[in-house]
Design a protein around this ligand. Structure first.
Ligand SMILES: *[C@@H]1O[C@H](CO)[C@@H](O)[C@H](O)[C@H]1NC(C)=O
Ligand SMILES: *[C@@H]1O[C@H](CO)[C@@H](O)[C@H](O)[C@H]1NC(C)=O
Ligand SMILES: *[C@@H]1O[C@H](CO)[C@@H](O)[C@H](O)[C@H]1NC(C)=O
Length: 404
């Protein structure tokens, strides 16, 4: 089985040509779709007026239900060129568009629909960093598309071939950065001497990844998330000594401590590193995991798929298995770090969106992340989210969290 390929597809690097293409597409598609010189492609109400007060002051926005919603999404694959191919479900012909006709309604209030004008005014002269894996990028691209009704950023990434991105909105002097760090800790890819497709990542479970830790102090807002990559075969190091592994045989001479060991340790050390940053002045938001359990009728590598066309109700979902274990560990580590932060007079925030997303098995690309006739070694994607799609609410939530 081509495990390596599959994992790469599920959680792997963005094609490096994405940003180069983006520039090309802006020049071609934007003109084609009549965006150039027009600015705002929609007739949607873009006038923001009311004083901005977060509903979080009186409402738990993370508990609720999905309810039918007639309003069209703010963007689509024709108005937003920043959707990554694998999540571009409309472009690749997903037939049922019912999954776009739902809105998240918290139990105690209405969650205000994302207002890009208001958001951009609010974040003027500020900066936002996303730290994590391809789901963090999925989240970021949702934000880029929501904002595309008003403005497109300039890609000012230092090195367009890496996963790290920097986008700048000139008119608002607002910067969005992506720091690729799928394990949050220092990690090394499987070496060339490892078994070809099942090589083990090396995780340094007591060292937060310096590539983001050294950078986030200069940001006003930081969104941190991670989960899926802990499902990869890994070797665990502490004090630079091999202490254990996951999905490993006896050949390494250390115990299989399981992926739960690495996931918990990684969150602990990442959050400790954040709390240890004396110069940090921004607000850090931790996003709870996106469910990994939406494959039905088989596991991801055994023909499992996500073909539903409607959300579930809350009482039809149960968090269990890996989702539940990851959730509990992440929550415990967050609560401990939150206390430590409070002792320093700081605030860590939690975007607890797992329950809401658990109700959306209908929101994934499945096989609509590529052309039907395209020859690709791909499994059904029930991990990432279609754009537009349910994770647009992560940005509704994010805005309310920044307003608190
Ligand atoms: C843009 O924002 C940054 C902070 O993110 C600030 O340091 C800089 O002075 C701003 N530039 C202008 C031209 O206002
Ligand atoms: C699972 O398989 C059953 C029986 O073939 C089918 O009725 C059902 O729609 C499938 N569910 C999904 C989500 O694909
Ligand atoms: C879930 O709740 C809805 C509305 O409260 C109810 O109609 C439905 O029967 C419940 N379903 C289950 C499986 O309990």
């Amino acid at each position: 089985m081509k495990l390596h390929l599959v994992l790469r597809f599920l959680f792997g690097p963005v094609p490096v040509y994405f940003s180069a293409l983006a520039i090309l597409i802006v020049l071609t598609n934007a003109q084609y779709f009549g965006l150039v010189g027009v600015g705002v492609p929609h007739t949607t109400k873009l006038v923001s007026s009311a004083p901005v007060v977060s509903v979080m002051k009186y409402c738990d926005i993370f508990r609720g239900e999905w309810v039918p919603d007639a309003e069209a999404p703010y963007y689509n694959h024709k108005t937003c060129y920043m959707i990554q191919e694998h999540q571009n479900c409309l472009k690749y012909g997903r037939p049922d568009l019912g999954f776009l006709k739902w809105r998240w309604r918290p139990s105690g209030c209405e969650l205000p629909r994302f207002d890009p004008v208001q958001f951009l005014k609010f974040v003027r002269h500020k900066s936002l960093a996303f730290v994590g894996d391809s789901l963090a990028r999925n989240h970021m691209q949702s934000l880029l598309c929501l904002l595309s009704q008003v403005a497109y950023p300039k890609d000012i990434s230092a090195n367009p071939t890496t996963q790290n991105k920097v986008y700048h909105y000139r008119a608002y002097n607002f910067t969005i950065s992506m720091f690729w760090s799928p394990f949050l800790v220092r990690a090394r890819e499987p070496g060339p001497d490892e078994p070809a497709r099942t090589g083990h990542y090396s995780l340094y479970l007591d060292e937060a990844d310096p590539s983001w830790v050294s950078q986030i102090s200069r940001f006003d807002y930081v969104m941190v998330s991670a989960a899926n990559w802990f499902s990869r075969p890994s070797l665990f190091y502490e004090k630079r000594r091999l202490v254990g592994c996951s999905f490993c045989s006896r050949q390494y001479g250390v115990p299989d401590l399981t992926l739960y060991y690495s996931q918990r340790r990684a969150w602990r050390v990442a959050l400790q590193a954040i709390n240890g940053l004396d110069s940090l002045r921004g607000r850090v938001v931790v996003r709870m995991l996106s469910p990994m359990s939406h494959f039905e009728n088989g596991t991801w590598d055994q023909g499992g798929d996500c073909k539903r066309t409607q959300p579930l109700r809350g009482n039809e979902t149960v968090m269990e298995g890996r989702d539940l274990q990851f959730y509990n560990a992440q929550m415990e580590e967050f609560r401990a770090a939150e206390k430590a932060a409070a002792a320093k007079g700081r605030r860590l925030m939690l975007m607890d969106a797992t329950a809401a997303m658990l109700m959306r098995p209908d929101g994934h690309p499945s096989r609509y992340g590529h052309l039907p006739n395209q020859k690709v070694q791909l499994y059904n994607d029930c991990i990432h989210w279609c754009l537009p799609g349910p994770i647009d609410i992560w940005n509704d939530m994010l805005f309310q969290m920044l307003l608190v």
